[in-house]
Design a protein. Structure first.
Length: 493
């Protein structure tokens, strides 16, 4: 029978080109194998600084890796302390931290590690390895990092504590609860939601929102009669904004109103949700109601990303001068801005926020901190400026993460002074959360109450300008007094 017309009966490729067919099969098999390996063996979430990090973090990660290599090379027992953060906030939709704040956080943690290993002498033992725990990704990305941290606590790395912990969002609370269930000590650096108190194995070096609101209320009460309104983000997954709103309301009633009977917090509904689309448009509709109310103060209980569009909408709309008050999350705006935060820097507008730390406090109120600790940031070949030239301490992140790491190290040193050079994570948690414990921190002397919060912590009030720069206004606290030293003495600022 003749070949059927219209059909090409060429030999199969595998027979005509057996070599190339075999090579193609090998390449496809290799690609499939690599894909399966990545699925079954994803990149480690907890490292010693090795591996791939963004260009934003690579230099400090390399410093940490080298220090860790030095620690392991000493041939003496060491402990590991991890800092847990979303190392790449760009790929973390729930992250509220800027790339700059993450970089500064790791710089501060590294300084605490380095100074402990090289500058404390016999006062600090054993040496400390610093691990980086990356919680970047979706809302459940923390699970992988926490799983690896639990393995480190039970293994040869001898993990004794986790610091940092990110910001006050739902995933952070879940991670804290799981680490607590594993009896791993935690020291929160910048988490301030009041909802995150009373965690079994955690303390935090940052004052909660309730303390910050009272601190700035003490600042505000000296400015005459206040007519205020509250702007609130109602994203249910973010306890920072919800507890900040409640704290502003409570602090106004407890501190501002008794100081001036003419002061009022108006019952004006000004809410939005950053979890829904076009929050900026919603914020842009608020100035008309604010101006009509006669308010001269706006309490902004929202995240830093939503503050600039609100301020731009507010500028030039009211005849009266407006003072905007917000919480520590605004520190993410304390950096060089590609464009002004609000359009007219000469507008009749002032913006203040409660910071967690600021270097100007060391000059204005030196008795509120341990001079030697603060001095290390400024002087010497191992100072912050020497290690990280061109970087700024003004957002407070490096200081706070240093203090969180320092707190964990001081707990380990307490055990070492009694002959236990490698305490368990559970023992460190017990000491931090139960015993009288004072830390000579750079952000102010720290001791903890039964809920794991710092007692009457010094709180700076900063004024934010349109270009992202800040000026130091005052150092106060939730009581309106300042701790004068480790004995807990206080004075009126």
């Amino acid at each position: 029978m003749s070949e059927q017309r219209g059909f090409d009966r060429r030999a199969p490729f595998r027979k005509v080109h057996p070599f190339w067919f075999g090579l193609l099969c090998v390449l496809l098999a290799g690609a499939l194998g690599a894909g399966l390996f990545l699925v079954l063996h994803p990149r480690p979430r907890v490292t010693d600084g090795s591996g791939h990090y963004t260009a934003n973090l690579s230099p400090v990660a390399e410093l940490i890796r080298r220090e860790n290599e030095w620690v392991r090379g000493q041939g003496t027992p060491y402990v590991s302390i991890a800092v847990m953060l979303p190392m790449d906030p760009v790929v973390s939709p729930t992250s509220t931290q800027s790339t700059e704040s993450i970089r500064h956080a790791l710089q501060g943690a590294y300084l605490a590690q380095h100074w402990s290993n090289h500058n404390e002498g016999a006062a600090s033992a054993p040496n400390v390895q610093l691990l980086l725990a990356d919680s970047s990704g979706d809302a459940d990305a923390w699970r992988a990092a926490v799983g690896e941290l639990k393995e480190k606590a039970a293994g040869q790395e001898h993990l004794v504590a986790v610091t940092g912990l990110g910001s006050s969002v739902a995933g952070t609370e879940k991670a804290i609860d799981e680490l607590s269930a594993a009896e791993i000590a935690m020291v929160g650096a910048v988490i301030t939601s009041d909802k995150l108190a009373d965690k079994a194995t955690m303390v935090r070096v940052s004052p909660p929102n309730s303390a910050q609101a009272k601190a700035i209320a003490h600042f505000l009460k000296g400015r005459g009669a206040v007519t205020a309104v509250l702007v609130q983000d109602e994203d249910g997954s973010d306890s920072y904004t919800s507890t900040l709103a409640a704290s502003f309301t409570s602090a106004f009633a407890d501190v501002v109103s008794p100081a001036n009977e003419e002061s009022r917090l108006l019952d004006v509904s000004l809410t939005y949700s950053s979890a829904l689309d076009r929050a900026d448009t919603v914020l842009g509709q608020m100035p008309e109601k604010i101006c009509a109310s006669g308010a001269n103060v706006v309490f902004f209980a929202g995240r830093w990303q939503n503050l600039p569009p609100f301020l731009r909408a507010l500028v030039g709309r009211c005849d009266q001068k407006i003072t905007v008050i917000t919480g520590d999350d605004a520190s993410n705006l304390n950096r060089s801005q590609p464009e002004p935060i609000w359009d007219d820097p000469r507008a009749n507008l002032e913006v203040y926020y409660t910071a967690l730390a600021h270097p100007a406090a060391w000059d204005h109120y030196p008795e509120a901190v341990q001079p030697a600790t603060a001095g290390r940031f400024r002087r010497g070949t191992d100072s912050f400026g020497a290690k990280f030239p061109g970087e700024s301490l003004d957002d407070g992140q490096a200081i706070m993460h240093h203090d969180a790491m320092l707190t964990a190290i001081k707990a380990v040193d307490t055990f070492a002074s009694q002959g236990t050079t490698r305490p368990t994570a559970s023992a460190v948690a017990n000491l931090l959360t139960s015993a009288p414990f004072t830390v000579p921190a750079a952000s102010g002397w720290i001791s903890f109450d039964k809920r794991g919060n710092p007692v009457n912590k010094a709180i700076p009030v900063l004024r934010l300008f349109a270009d992202g720069k800040v000026t130091f206004s005052k150092l106060t606290s939730e009581n309106g007094t300042l701790p004068g030293g480790p004995d807990g003495t206080a004075r009126v600022p």
